[in-house]
Design a protein around this ligand. Structure first.
Ligand SMILES: [Fe+2]
Ligand SMILES: [Fe+2]
Length: 348
């Protein structure tokens, strides 16, 4: 297993972080807009009937649950940094600012900013999903998968549309993509073969998105925002289900060597994502509030029970699904545990 982004790593205590600190380097990563992507375009072997009943059912469900972001959301709802947009307890920035003795007005503004930052990252992820699903429509072998991927492409266009509008019209800022996320999404977009593309986007990133969206829908209170998140979440749960259904079939068909390659590939991506901790967000928003990113990450890493709360996002959907697929074995399980990605936390 190789480590990704080795040039951008250093240690905080004995934890190795991926941390982009040089502005020129960050600009270069963000400015790389063209991604080469090897892909076999595949005909369906002239079988137009349904071969995979579960996928066809998911497609039917998707057709029934389409929604129009332009006229089904109440865009008149105000979103203001002078009001609490959600539960302050759920915010990293607010937690830090409370310890620093910041005023309530500052804390409200920080929660607003953090929400904007998180949604901006989701937005960039939605664009990646839009592009990957277009690729999957080409690369998948069966009609059911093609129908499904085409439908998801439309879902992801809607998510990109709705989040860009929410950020632009209601919050006023779209934050730039985290350089770590950019590197990892480029890796998915440029991956060889539809197995890696499906595993990377549909199982790993959709799974992470499910965890993030669930957190947002339970902790945020602005009604327009919650309505948007709940609608997106409903779509994303179909997407994560597709990831599991199609990978379950794929894993049965591949060799042990190919299975190990997928196991390693998933590990490398999750390791690098986890290695950033909250550094990208703290580097973006911290200076405005006098927060020193490394100092706080060091503090968080030394908290008792760190691995349990750190693993929450991964244990929500990603790790249970990877385990179910047989892509976490004794080769990787111990390392996932060491890194605080896998734990015995129980989520309902
Ligand atoms: Fe999406
Ligand atoms: Fe999705």
């Amino acid at each position: 297993m190789k480590k990704l982004m080795t040039d951008d790593r250093h240690f905080i205590g004995n934890f190795e972080v991926v941390d982009f600190i040089d502005d020129e380097r960050i600009a270069k990563v963000r400015g790389r807009l063209d991604v080469a992507s090897p892909m076999n375009v595949r005909w369906n072997d002239w079988e137009y009937g349904s071969e995979v009943a579960e996928l066809r059912a998911l497609y039917e469900k998707g057709k029934r649950n389409q929604w129009n972001a332009s006229d089904e959301l109440n865009w008149e709802t105000p979103v203001s940094k002078d009001e609490w947009v959600g539960n302050p307890q759920a915010s990293q920035l607010v937690t830090i600012l409370q310890r620093m003795g910041a005023s309530e007005a500052t804390q409200k503004a920080a929660l607003f900013d953090e929400m904007g930052y998180v949604v901006s990252q989701l937005l960039h992820g939605e664009q990646a999903a839009l592009q990957i699903c277009g690729q999957l429509t080409n690369a998948c072998p069966t009609t059911d998968e093609k129908f499904y991927a085409a439908q998801q492409t439309a879902d992801e266009a809607r998510h990109t549309e709705v989040m860009a509008r929410f950020l632009g019209e209601k919050m006023g800022t779209i934050y730039p993509i985290s350089p770590v996320a950019k590197q990892l999404l480029d890796r998915l977009l440029g991956a060889d073969g539809y197995h890696k593309k499906t595993l990377g986007m549909q199982t790993l990133f959709e799974g992470i998105a499910m965890g993030v969206l669930d957190g947002l829908s339970s902790q945020m209170t602005n009604p327009l925002f919650v309505d948007m998140v709940n609608r997106v979440k409903l779509d994303e749960s179909r997407h994560a289900a597709f990831g599991v259904l199609s990978m379950r079939r794929a894993v049965q068909e591949i060799s042990e060597e190919e299975r190990q390659e997928l196991e390693d590939w998933a590990f490398e991506i999750l390791e690098a994502l986890n290695a950033n901790q909250q550094l990208a967000m703290l580097r973006e928003l911290g200076p405005k509030y006098g927060i020193q990113p490394e100092r706080w990450v060091k503090k968080v890493l030394s908290l008792e029970g760190w691995n349990m709360f750190n693993s929450y996002l991964y244990m929500h959907t990603v790790m249970p699904n990877l385990k179910r697929l047989g892509l976490v074995t004794e080769r990787t399980e111990g390392r996932y545990r060491e890194l605080g990605i896998l734990s015995d936390i129980r989520l309902e």
